[in-house]
Ligand binder design. Sequence first.
Ligand code: ASP
Length: 605
Amino acid sequence: MLDNLGDFKRDYFCGELTENNIGDEVRLLGWADSVRDHGGVIFINLRDKEGIVQIVIDPSKSPADAYEKAKRVRSEYVLAVKGRVNRRPAGTENPKLKTGNIEVAVEELKILNTCDILPFPIEDEINVSEEVRLKYRYLDIRRPKMLQNLILRHEVYQATREYLAGHGFLEVETPMLTKSTPEGARDFLVPSRLEHGKFYALPQSPQLFKQILMVAGIERYFQIVKCFRDEDLRKDRQPEFTQIDFEMSFVDEEDVIAISEGLVHYLFKKILGIEIQLPIKRITYKEAIEKYGTDKPDLRYGLELVDVTELAKEVEFKVFRSVAQSGGLVKGINIKGGAKLSRKEIDELTEYAQKFGAKGMAWIKINEDGSLQSPILKFFTDEQKEKLIQLMEGDKGDLLVFIADTPETTHRVLGFLRKHIAEKMNLIPEGKWEFVWVVDFPLLEWDEEENRLVALHHPFTSPKEEDIEKLDEAINNKELALSFKSRAYDLVLNGEEIAGGSIRIHRPDIQKKIFELIGISDEEAEERFGFLVNALKYGAPPHGGLAFGLDRLVALMTGSDSIREVIAFPKTQKGICPLTQAPDFVRQEQLEELGIEVELPQEEA
Ligand code: ASP
């Protein structure tokens, strides 16, 4: 038999009660977090979103019917409790609980609902697959850590709105059913019922709309917005994710960077109580790649890449020499104290490098007695050995590792290896927040598969002003085109890209030239982006903006390994929602209305 809530109202949240409430009669609502029967006296930890308080049902003090009901209570039953707040008897305090010095002696107990046997306990440390957690997400979110993550996320929304609205930004919604925007990923498509054969696309970002809002004279726009990209979910991606998106008129890079820095400063201060040092340092794309092997450098630790290509050209060691002489790069990392790694551990590093495309990894151990140990040193003269150690700033106890390959492969492999080594050797300090702007990106890059130039960011990113007059010349000059830099900027935190944006092209003639450079014909440009180019013709102001990846930002702020930990209902790596079973088949009538015939894969047909 269950009780009705009736007109029962709570006076306090469980976690809000303090010693100041001692003597008060209080009414509470919540879930039975745990139930213990100590020789007839029943203790229940009652939990709501603010925390836990212990309630006590003592057969010698509480009414008989409350005691009878308490005996039936199991984990996660839903309860309404009226009782008096008492100080806990000396010696029974629980310092782990915020309310650990008090308890509530029950005078009335209602059981509002029962709960089936739980698939996992409602506590932070659980040993259960993510699939099960997502299937029972409503239980998973009852766990304190998950609840805290969602609360922090909520605080990020609120503080973002405060900050941006406070700086004259207007929150404007843009459509979810729209035409495809070119962020470079595959679109999710939504068939039109009214016009068979036509599709809306879910936006990869509000990019075109926010630019059009600038043409519309909004001047400062922002939105906390869902974006959709039908990408393979390798790494930590989600098919739908959230951005803090904004755009500003009559600005240059410095204005956008200043607002972005102001916003992260505000969020970290207000939510985490952390003071970020402004201005955030900047490094060029070139320097990031050369020193860290990635455009998302983690600056919390050293392990910088050292170029030894010049020396490698001279040595007898063929792998080094041939790579160095044929336009490749030979670069190394000095793993301080790495000489203690065993042969097996070094082999493991080699295998790791190979996973990212390296053919092998050369290494030199500098033993504690100063002697060198390495399979490659027989191909070096003494002088060359000395020079190499000097270039690498090698010292006793260090391990030097090298990759020799094309510049792209050398950088990519060492970029990953650097991170792996830092994790393995515990070189990443706790509690450090290393922000860095990456600037001066190339405007274009060469797409081997498509055999054409593509925009490194998106095709609406402005080239540097000094390159604009060279655009015509670059149409038939790939080298020149690849030398152009863009007015884009990315914000990186602890090795993760948390935001990116650019100053845009606001002149239709320049926009057309960029389309031409990346091989988008006039007709295609007209068909796909005609509405934007058209808008630019009607007095488009110079403008630029940026978008933060909100999920990633919140994941970092909460110390979560994955963005799935900070999204209420995320999808699995396979794009499935275990809670709802989406995506799913639909009824035949639904397909017919849309004029769609589906060919099922063999095994499901
Ligand atoms: N729309 C861009 C993106 O989603 C961000 C920007 O350029 O503002 O990556």
